[in-house]
Design a protein around this ligand. Structure first.
Ligand SMILES: *[C@@H]1O[C@H](CO)[C@@H](O)[C@H](O)[C@H]1NC(C)=O
Ligand SMILES: *[C@@H]1O[C@H](CO)[C@@H](O)[C@H](O)[C@H]1NC(C)=O
Ligand SMILES: *[C@@H]1O[C@H](CO)[C@@H](O)[C@H](O)[C@H]1NC(C)=O
Ligand SMILES: *[C@@H]1O[C@H](CO)[C@@H](O)[C@H](O)[C@H]1NC(C)=O
Length: 474
């Protein structure tokens, strides 16, 4: 399942080809890891950005939101001589792809791909053609199609020769994606009935750069524009408390393909948000999605408690920005004792337009209902920023801890091999192999007894905002 939910990010940063490289962990005595610095894109020119938005259809607010700097990117280079790219990191898909220089999207007069990079096979002496069956589609309806090719990939001081990736001749996004999920979820497998190829985590293991197919993701808090992705290691300075390991859920009668874990409960202050007597919710940990998508009935309780106004047309919820100052937090429970607290300040997203109606500033809320036929529940960036997450693809486990936003000096330990490869992680209670999956997810019937525990006193103002009003605000 591809769970990338980002569209055309208006990245405003120029991309010099050669400087896509950075920190290399020294080899030998030091841990064998590869560290990527991640960057949250910022939008600089809000006026131009608003003009873009106004030219789009009314139901594409999510496009605009994604432009608001809620996308984590990393710098890589491909080819000989190197061509530079800024790609979005996505744990919800498994292919790397970049736009072709001559793609219909990139050739538009506004040159939308210039900031993020385009690939010209002709200009690379190390390019090789694999096949014309590259076609990836994401749950948000975006996608890319073209050729699978191989070429030299460089990042973080590492060089990977003959690395397979997709080239989009036809794509709906001006930014390439670095999918780092299970090989079983590669578009070549899911859409073209071919065998898996070694995607980035698999190739790094194959090349002996890291010991097992595992990496740690730390997005840092909303106030920070950088995070990191550490292949083959854990940085103990980046979390507080214990790193607790829970099993990745496997859909029945198929192999592990997405990062599903069991969400056993959600609490807002003293308010139990979980569906009464309902099943656990299978959620996907997905860095390629900006928001957190939970079953409708749970979200309704949360909205009632925080005074959020949901716009079904736009698929987002609005709250007064002052909600960010509330001390309450939303706690996500996994197999005990794994839990992550997400502070209100991390859930209230400033869309950058001051002075809404009645002088009240209106912000977006970071949790939205998982709608649509699949009702896929996703823990995206609004959740992930508060967590330190280790994805262990070899053991089919996720280790979670509360993010340490104040982290300074790194304490990196290598992830070895074997059952307990993630250093210092402890198993959750009864974390036996579980077989469950998306089909066992039940959004259930509504049980909306949310108590108005947070009363920012803005409900009236928000309720009075129709879609026309939102157009003014956003
Ligand atoms: C990626 O490249 C851009 C453009 O040069 C640069 O501004 C940015 O800092 C780089 N990001 C990282 C994480 O190195
Ligand atoms: C781009 O170039 C490739 C390779 O030459 C070609 O196959 C493809 O049709 C071109 N696409 C467009 C949109 O011109
Ligand atoms: C690549 O080179 C070939 C032959 O030199 C040419 O026909 C083709 O159009 C070029 N493709 C691109 C994308 O420039
Ligand atoms: C890619 O797949 C999508 C959905 O399966 C399909 O609609 C589209 O036509 C395909 N694109 C190409 C170029 O094959």
């Amino acid at each position: 399942m591809h769970t990338h939910a980002l569209l055309s990010a208006a990245c405003c940063l120029a991309l010099p080809c050669a400087s896509a490289l950075h920190l290399r962990e020294p080899r030998d005595a030091s841990p064998r890891v590869v560290k990527f610095d991640l960057q949250r894109n910022e939008i600089r020119d809000k006026v131009a950005h608003d003009r873009n938005r106004l030219s789009r259809r009314a139901d594409t607010v999510s496009t605009k939101i994604d432009n608001e700097g809620l996308l984590y990117t990393l710098n890589i280079s491909i080819g000989t001589p190197p061509q530079g790219f800024m790609v979005a990191v996505d744990t919800g898909s498994s292919d790397l792809w970049v736009n072709a220089a001559n793609s219909s999207l990139c050739e538009r007069r506004s040159k939308p791909c210039d900031a993020t990079g385009t690939y010209s096979a002709n200009s690379s002496s190390t390019y090789n053609y694999v096949g014309g069956w590259f076609n990836v589609s994401y749950v948000d309806g975006s996608g890319a199609a073209g050729d699978y090719v191989t070429d030299t990939l460089r990042f973080g001081g590492e060089t990977v020769e003959d690395f397979q990736f997709g080239v989009g001749y036809d794509s709906s996004s001006d930014q390439g994606i670095m999918g780092i999920g299970y090989p079983a979820d590669e578009a070549q497998v899911t859409d073209a009935d071919q065998r898996t190829y070694r995607n980035l985590p698999a190739q790094l293991v194959h090349n002996g750069v890291i010991q097992s197919s595992a990496y740690s993701l730390w997005l840092n808090d909303l106030d920070s524009s950088t995070g990191s992705l550490l292949f083959g290691g854990v940085d103990h300075s980046r979390y507080t408390g214990d790193l607790v390991t829970v099993p990745i859920l496997r859909p029945e009668s198929s192999s592990y393909s997405s990062f599903y874990v069991a969400l056993t409960g959600v609490q807002l202050g003293d308010n139990e948000i979980s569906q009464k007597g309902g099943p656990e919710v299978a959620v996907v940990l997905d860095s390629g999605t900006s928001f957190t998508y939970l079953p409708e009935s749970m979200v309704a309780s949360i909205y009632e408690a925080v005074g959020a106004e949901y716009s079904a047309t736009e698929g987002v919820a609005f709250v007064p920005c002052s909600l960010a100052d509330e001390q309450a937090k939303v706690t996500f429970y996994f197999e005990s004792p794994a839990r992550i607290d997400v502070a209100m300040s991390e859930l209230v997203l400033d869309v950058g337009e001051p002075g809404g109606l009645g002088g009240a500033e209106v912000c977006l809320f970071g949790i939205v209902p998982s709608l649509g036929s699949g009702s896929l529940s996703l823990l995206g960036d609004t959740f992930l920023r508060s967590a330190y997450v280790v994805f262990d693809l070899d053991n089919n486990e996720i280790s979670l801890a509360q993010s340490n936003f104040k982290a300074k000096k790194s304490e990196i330990a290598e992830i070895g091999t074997g059952d307990d490869a993630v250093p210092s992680a402890t198993d959750a209670d009864g974390s036996d192999a579980t077989s469950a999956g998306p089909s066992s997810t039940d959004t259930g019937s509504d049980e909306d007894d949310g108590v108005g525990m947070l009363q920012p006193g803005m409900g009236g103002v928000l309720a009075s905002l129709g879609l026309a009003g939102l157009g003014l605000l956003l």
